[in-house]
Ligand binder design. Sequence first.
Ligand SMILES: Cc1cc2nc3c(=O)[nH]c(=O)nc-3n(C[C@H](O)[C@H](O)[C@H](O)COP(=O)(O)OP(=O)(O)OC[C@H]3O[C@@H](n4cnc5c(N)ncnc54)[C@H](O)[C@@H]3O)c2cc1C
Length: 457
Amino acid sequence: MTILLWHRRDLRLHDNSALDQASAEGKPLLPLFILDPGILRAEDIAPVRVDFLLESLQRLREDYRALGGDLWIRQGEPLTVIRALVQQADIQEIHWNDDVEPYSRQRDETVKNALQELGVRVIIHQDQMLHGPGSVLTQSNQPYTVYTPFWRNWSSQKKLKPLPTPTVIQPPNLSLEIGTIPTLKQLGLSHQISLPAIGEKAALEQLDKFCAKPIFDYDEHRNFPADTGTSQLSPYLKFGVLGIRKAWECTEHALLHRQAVGITTWQQELCWREFYKHILFHVPNVAYENYLTQYNSFVWDENKEYFERWCAGETGYPMVDAAMRQLNETGWMHNRSRMIVASFLTKDLLIPWSWGERYFMQKLLDGDQSANNGGWQWSASMGTDPKPLRIFNPVTQANRFDPQTAYVRRWVPELEQAKTVEILSSKNLEVYGYPKPMVDHAIQQRIYKERYKAAKS
Ligand SMILES: Cc1cc2nc3c(=O)[nH]c(=O)nc-3n(C[C@H](O)[C@H](O)[C@H](O)COP(=O)(O)OP(=O)(O)OC[C@H]3O[C@@H](n4cnc5c(N)ncnc54)[C@H](O)[C@@H]3O)c2cc1C
């Protein structure tokens, strides 16, 4: 008998619930990853993210081989692939780690039902979160709708320790084609971005480095996009190259070293990640409509030309443009910048948040449906936590969070010769070949507020 382990968003050997239990049984193990055309052909796929995935698979395969095992790769519709393997390899048990995205949940339900009909034992593990959906509920057993009480409950619960990495993997004694990992080109995709370090070793090193020092100052530095004050662990967390229990344990070790507010603030970010996963799980409709459905009647301006200028980083607001160019050139954007550009798109350009959400998914290395949707709906004030009604003034934001203009100068080279005061005021920058502000913030925010009020009533 062989046990099948279906890898999806858990591309690691350490701290992996499904692998820990599947390998503990001491039976031959067939780890599998399926490149699903349903995902690869989606309109919101980012080539850079697929590249990161392919490289991470390569590293995972090497890590398996170092323990005596291997990683099987298949391309195709998941149920068809798994059914074929069940027949070829005498599989009687399958393990996978659960996911909250609507597409994955539907796919998993179909696979589970079909396999159970074939008599295969299906074992599903909670692995992506410290506390999965259903384990953080209000006193009346309802999902939370606001972050702060969710955090209070979530942070008071005991966290599990990371799981050990198996020391040996017993491969199945079968001549079953391993399957090659395609290149990005073979998938018909390309990009110009350099990827961060690949693999779980790199992710663990980055976590250690962050928890050795920057985490203590996270509170002061995390809002300044010119600083490297945040962990930049998001792509690893997105693909499960890093285990969440492991990340949490590092924060506890840091706290033993020195009690610093930065550590708690970073823990709160990990909690935001889980909060949005819970929201997507409990309210899957957020994938295509407002969490606060009363705003479904909000009147947006579907201005394609404005949208393209926003995408290209040519709005005439240096802080917004720096952020969009950072995204376009690196596949990553600082959290403060994400909030600024999302506010600008929805509240200054009055363009539907779903357009921005899709563009982010087409570009982000860490593109993740729950965090991205949550961030966009929050920014549009149509998601969770809409009070107070937040409208970011792009000029004020630049003055507060990039006062030396280092971030703007890094990403908007045509402003290199401009004076700091000129950049911070977003005025008279046309002499440097830079566009005039495309809209007047004061006017636009007034229109937004009127429409927001009208939609609510
Ligand atoms: C409009 C918008 C879109 C976003 N889209 C994504 C996305 O597609 N994928 C994504 O991972 N994050 C998204 N975020 C959240 C956040 O911006 C990134 O997680 C963060 O910038 C990643 O950098 P970091 O790893 O250095 O974060 P750190 O500050 O070091 O935080 C540590 C980890 O906590 C999690 N996290 C931090 N902030 C948030 C948050 N607000 N919501 C959910 N999780 C969070 C991430 O996993 C992150 O890696 C979005 C935020 C906004 C406002």
